[in-house]
Write a protein that binds this ligand. Structure first.
Ligand code: ANZ
Length: 922
């Protein structure tokens, strides 16, 4: 007598898998590999809720399936363990973030283990572990020691660059470097002091220090990257963010802009995600044009994508931050310009871009010459021009650009028509229709022709050139915080130098508090002896959250290697990730930075792939289903949902864990919070019914469901199946337990196929029938197709259909059931393993082979015909495939239903189209 004792069975097999290292993945060149990866979690104090495992379940199903298909599968898990919450907690409580992190990880692991994932835990990584971040620091060192050679279109060691400088200066060097890099000869280079040389090199390094305007968040005491700022507030916590100038470590990701763009074409990612990366990179093809300043030996270069409109330029606009502003401003305009620039500088870029309604600006008093017509054009300053894009100056074409148009209108500047078949007002929307007019050598051309011709002309006259711009900026690489990787850098004579590789890992020092020092230095400034043996100060900032996650996927391949970040052998075998599942919120952060690092590692010959993730799926979020109670105003009375219209009430969130199918458990409600103890209720039909709504799953809405509770109640297999059953993986969907009983019942039915009414194991060795084989093979086919296209919910439905069919057929044939549980095992591994062993197998079901689909079992022996009378379908009738037409005809005419529709008339004709239709004409 054996019941389906879920918890016992699940614990037993979890232990078995662990003891037998069932999911251990070792390099094995005899087998094809498959690398399935989840975005590793930040272990927060709240633990996992049912939304977190959604993607992990999907990748686990694929991993298990691939294993059954004969692949050697790497399916690891780890923790993105540096992060702000642990540090904020440390600030509040004094508890070391390492301790909080350790506790949280412990909880996460327990929760994950309860769900029965096929993770190879021996490969676990934690970004905050010195053994791991030693290699993050090491990769940083490689970046510091490299530059980007545009001639070869790849990164190269900086030593090579120094060699070139020593022998021939930088004239012939084509590098991605700072704008203000000076030209120098070999003699000059060799004359430079060490400090001067180091300053120059910083302009080339892929990891470099620079004074930049940053998003400073005073509340968080740190700099945030652009993708961490939303509308002037920090994404985390919603604190105000200011613009501030600071020395920062930067990553020269812009060197890789074009390759990051091109690389998207080779990877299988969701199109919207690729589009977000394309927009973020923001490639823009245009030209740079020089305008000579009147009365000065200066020129203003502008970047334009619409050279065709050059004859429509009626003024120039400089960004307030532009160095040219001061040079151009006349003494009469000086005060006005100064005041304007002061205000504009403090507005965030986003604000300046978004505020299209209120164009503001001032005249500098200066003029330039039009490069072709020689006409005199006034130069203005306006904050709609951004300092960091293009050249920080634009040629304003009111007839071609809306902002220029608004600006011209507001300040009464000339508007020149550029297009022949449109009114000025229409043209202002940057239209590309029509032919160019008023334009000398561009007359009568289309815009594209004009751009081409214009560039030729610029280059001929040496006053400009074709130019590609990218909107993407170099990425800030430091945080003024404690809980991150220390940068292995010290300062000598104010210049940064790398520490010795032997000194890695540079371990985070102890500090008395996790706050900045009195004089505003980062928390590491509190550490005693934060200096090298020679007494040089060590960098006090730490790396940003994205450092460790930019390469962690390589570490899993060879997690304990102490000699290298990953062995060549392991990397060459596992290559890169075949399937990556995670949230879409990482579109422009992690997913761009990791592509950048991989391209760099590839250039340096350290890995053999230049994209980290071949295929990527964004799982949708599981939203919370919140419940509400309605308190009658100024009372302690709560009125049931369908009666609220008669009262004035305030809706209040109530813990969904004390509500069952929208009915409130009154006792639990009273016990939930002290102020509820003497609550009174106005009930309907003796029940208190709660209202409900779909919201983000969050503590604050009391709608968080812990997977542990589901596992305790129904088991991990039910949780796994149910999460998949909720709907397509990519979709957003609310957590709604209404159907979970049904899924549990399904597993019980699977169990019952193997047992008789008394619960005794009862499986027959007889040969299966045709119908049984058909039910099985239909499912093999569907399950395989579904998994191959990552459609998991449809597979679950198919399993249910199949099990119902087999139950109806009273099938207990080992030959059928054995294959059935192999197919189900990726979804519900515990019950499958139990039944597999009951069938007499001595090795794990994870070592089984996925059954092969055999078409012959689906070949029909009968066909169901739609039967029409005078062209209208009236009945469906099945006939054997080999039945002669005449016999079909006879049977159709004998059918009562058909006779009814024939209304007693004689058939004029009966048409039988084999395997298609039967039509009776009367
Ligand atoms: C003349 C013109 C005429 C322009 C026209 C547009 C339409 P994307 O495509 O985003 O690269 N621009 C250039 N630098 C700028 C800056 N620092 N701040 C604000 N605007 C800037 O946009 C390129 C266009 O944006 C450029 O082409 C320039 O205006 C403007 F009918 O030049 B255009």
């Amino acid at each position: 007598m054996a019941d389906y004792n879920v918890n016992e069975i699940e614990k037993k097999w979890q232990q078995y898998w662990e003891e037998n290292s069932s999911y251990k993945a070792e390099v094995n060149p005899d087998k094809p590999k498959f690398y399935a990866l989840d975005m590793f979690p930040y272990p927060s104090g709240a633990g996992l809720h049912v939304g977190h495992p959604l993607g992990y379940i999907a990748s686990d199903i694929v991993s298990r399936y691939k294993r059954l298909q004969g692949f050697n599968v790497l399916h690891p898990m780890g923790f993105d363990a540096f992060g702000l919450p642990a540090e904020q907690y440390a600030i509040q409580t004094g508890q070391h973030p390492a301790i909080t992190t350790e506790e949280n990880i412990k909880r996460y692991k327990e929760q994950l283990k309860n769900i029965g994932f096929s993770f190879d835990w021996e490969k676990e990584v934690r970004t905050s572990d010195p053994k791991f971040y030693k290699w993050t620091q090491w990769i940083f060192m490689q970046l510091f020691d490299s530059w980007y050679n545009k001639k070869n279109d790849k990164a190269e060691p900086i030593s090579k660059l120094i060699e070139t400088f020593t022998t021939s200066g930088n004239e012939a060097v084509e590098a991605e470097c700072d704008e203000d890099t000076p030209n120098f000869s070999a003699e000059e280079w060799n004359e430079f002091s060490e400090k001067e040389q180091q300053e120059i090199l910083l302009k080339y390094r892929l990891a470099y220090l620079a004074n930049t305007t940053v998003n400073w968040c005073p509340e968080l005491g740190t700099v945030l990257s652009n993708d961490e700022v939303k509308d002037g507030f920090s994404e985390r916590g919603g604190h105000p963010v200011e613009r501030k100038n600071m020395m920062q470590w930067m990553m020269r990701i812009t060197a890789y802009a074009e390759r990051l763009l091109q690389g998207l074409e080779k990877i299988d990612w969701p199109e919207p995600l690729k589009e977000m990366q394309r927009n973020w990179i923001g490639k823009s093809v245009g030209a740079e044009v020089d305008f000579k300043v009147v009365g000065h030996d200066e020129k203003i270069s502008v970047f334009t994508t619409r050279l065709d409109t050059i004859y429509g330029v009626s003024f120039l606009v400089l960004a307030p931050e532009s160095e040219l502003v001061e040079q151009l401003t006349t003494s009469e305009q000086s005060q006005e310009v100064k005041d304007y620039v002061e205000v504009a500088k403090n507005r965030s870029e986003r604000e300046r871009m978004m505020d299209v309604k209120h164009v503001t600006g001032v005249f500098t008093g200066g003029y330039v010459e039009h490069p072709f017509s020689g006409e005199k054009l006034p130069v203005w300053v306006a904050d709609y021009v951004l300092a960091g894009y293009g050249t920080g100056a634009v040629m304003a074409v009111p007839a071609g650009d809306q902002r220029d148009y608004d600006f011209a209108k507001k300040f009464d500047l000339p508007i020149i028509k550029i297009n022949d078949d449109m009114e000025i007002e229409e043209q202002a929307d940057a239209t590309r229709d029509g032919k160019i007019i008023n334009s000398d050598f561009l007359d009568g051309l289309t815009p594209d022709e004009a751009i081409k011709k214009g560039v030729e002309e610029l280059e001929k006259r040496n006053i400009g050139e074709a130019k590609v711009n990218y909107r993407m900026r170099d990425a800030i690489f430091t945080r003024q915080r404690y809980w991150g990787e220390p940068l292995p850098v010290y300062f000598k004579d104010d210049m940064p130098y790398l520490m010795d590789e032997q000194e890695l890992p540079l371990v985070l020092p102890e500090v008395d508090k996790y706050l900045p020092t009195e004089d505003g230095a980062p928390p590491l400034g509190r550490a005693k002896d934060w200096q090298t043996e020679q007494g040089h100060a060590i960098e006090m900032s730490t790396m940003p959250g994205w450092a460790g996650s930019s390469w962690y996927f390589f570490r899993y391949m060879d997690a304990h290697n102490e000699e290298r970040f990953v062995s060549k052998e392991a990397q060459e075998y596992w290559e890169n990730v075949d399937l990556y599942i995670g949230g879409s919120e990482h579109a422009t952060g992690h997913l761009l930075y990791s592509r950048f690092w991989v391209k760099f590692l590839f250039d340096m010959g350290l890995v053999t792939v230049d994209e980290p993730f071949k295929k990527l799926i964004n799982q949708g979020m599981i939203q919370g289903r919140s419940n509400f109670v309605y308190r009658v105003k100024n009372t302690n009375k709560y009125v049931s949902y369908n009666l609220i219209k008669d009262y004035e009430t305030t809706p209040l969130h109530v813990d969904v864990n004390i509500v069952y199918n929208d009915e409130l458990n009154l006792d639990k409600f009273k016990a939930w919070r002290a102020e509820n103890a003497d609550a009174e209720f106005i009930l309907e039909d003796g029940k208190y019914i709660c209202g409900h709504d779909v919201e983000k799953m969050s503590k604050r809405y009391f709608n968080v469901v812990n997977p542990d509770d589901i596992v305790n109640r129904y088991g991990a297999d039910t949780l796994r199946l149910y999460e998949m059953f909720l709907g397509p993986l990519e979709q957003f969907k609310p957590w709604n337990t209404n159907g979970i009983d049904g899924v549990f019942k399904f597993l019980r039915k699977v169990w019952n196929l193997f047992h008789d009414d008394k619960g005794n194991f009862f499986v027959s060795q007889e040969a299966p029938t045709k119908a049984e084989l058909k039910a099985l093979h239909k499912t093999i086919k569907k399950a395989t197709e579904d998994i191959e296209r990552y459609s998991f919910n449809t597979s679950v439905s198919e399993f249910m259909i199949c099990v119902n069919e087999l139950t109806a057929l009273k099938c207990n044939k080992a030959a059928i059931l054995s294959d059935l549980i192999i197919i189900i095992s990726p979804y519900a591994p515990h019950i499958a393993e139990e039944l597999w062993h009951k069938l007499g197998n001595v090795t794990s079901i994870t070592e089984a082979t996925f059954p092969k689909f055999d078409e012959s079992h689906l070949v029909e022996s009968e066909h169901e015909y739609p039967v029409s009378v005078n062209g209208k379908m009236r009945a469906k009738m099945s006939f054997p495939l080999d039945m002669p037409k005449e016999d079909i005809e006879k049977q159709v005419l004998a059918s009562e239903t058909i006779q009814k529709w024939m209304e007693g008339k004689d058939p004029k004709k009966v048409i039988v189209v084999p395997k298609k239709i039967v039509n009776v004409v009367v």
